[in-house]
Design a protein around this ligand. Structure first.
Ligand code: SF4
Length: 298
């Protein structure tokens, strides 16, 4: 079985729920074709993020850098935080622009992406969010009383034979006490969401106390969760079910990459910011493409 079929992450699940076809194109076809020039190009194409997402990524990078320096006694001023954030953000925008410049095939699609300059208002928003977290009483307290270790966002764990990506940002320790810290840049939808996230983060570790900082409605919210055995069991069950559904969808494609049976998105809103639009017949006409699919299946 291809490894893609035994990999779980929140991003994949979100995408699969929004549009099974986008999921298949993003994580199925492109992954199968990694050794082919088209597959390599697709990978580059998929790595192009919007400036808004790049701002979020830069917030995480700034906080991580700040924590590392803080651990060795270097405390940044507000101006330095702004400067560091801008450096990360500008670097990310530059990287994005250079990928766009090098897109050689799908010339038409090149016009879907435009090179941009780092927008000042995004720099201001990003730096402000960093400052608010760094100066948050609870965050400062943890930094002053515990030892932090950064954890790579690419770190995965094997849960019931499935490779799961959902790592915390930091592990903080003091004597016998240790907690896992996660920064949720995109907020949360409900307390259930927070609890589920905590259960995911705690998988594969003895550390059951999870602290999440989530940006919502203009401020950082903190949730401290102790994951129970029952929650642990139910999250594992959920991962198994999600994983099966991913396999089912990918199997519909078959060896000939036939997408006839793969459903389109429910709403054209999903198509607006879809990163695989250029590969999809529904890119400008979702309802028409759905009708054609229905006709083919009858
Ligand atoms: S363009 Fe719409 S239907 Fe096609 S893959 Fe993207 S989200 Fe799905």
């Amino acid at each position: 079985m291809h490894p893609i079929q035994r990999t779980w992450s929140q991003t994949r699940i979100n995408l699969m729920q929004k549009c099974p076809r986008a999921f298949v194109l993003r994580y199925g076809i492109a992954a199968y074709a990694t050794k082919h020039p088209t597959g390599q190009m697709l990978r580059e194409y998929f790595s192009i993020q919007t400036p808004w997402i790049l701002m979020q990524i830069s917030i995480r990078e700034t906080i991580r850098d700040y924590v590392e320096d803080y651990q060795i006694g270097m405390k940044w001023s507000k101006n330095l935080i702004r400067l560091k954030f801008n450096q990360f953000f500008r670097h990310r925008v530059k990287e994005r622009n250079s990928i766009i410049s090098e897109l050689s095939a799908w010339k038409d699609q090149k016009s879907m992406f435009h090179r941009v300059k780092p927008e000042q208002h995004l720099e201001e928003i990003g730096a402000k969010r960093c400052i608010k977290l760094i100066q948050h009483k609870s965050f400062t307290h943890l930094l002053n009383t515990m030892t932090f270790e950064s954890i790579s966002p690419l770190k995965s764990k094997i849960v019931d034979g499935i490779k799961v990506y959902n790592s915390p940002d930091f592990c903080a320790e003091k004597g016998e006490t240790s907690i896992l810290i996660r920064i949720n840049l995109f907020g949360y939808s409900s307390i259930d969401h927070i609890n589920q996230n905590a259960a995911l983060i705690s998988l594969g570790t003895e550390k059951k106390t999870i602290v999440q900082y989530s940006w919502k409605n203009g401020k950082w919210f903190i949730h401290k969760t102790n994951v129970s055995k029952k929650e642990n069991k139910s999250i594992r069950q959920l991962i198994r079910l999600d994983s099966k559904e991913m396999e089912r969808i990918l199997k519909l494609v078959g060896t000939k990459n036939n997408l006839e049976q793969i459903p389109f998105a429910d709403s054209s809103r999903s198509c607006m910011h879809c990163s695989v639009r250029f590969l999809c017949p529904a890119k400008d006409r979702l309802e028409e493409a759905k009708g054609e699919q229905m006709a083919l299946m009858c």
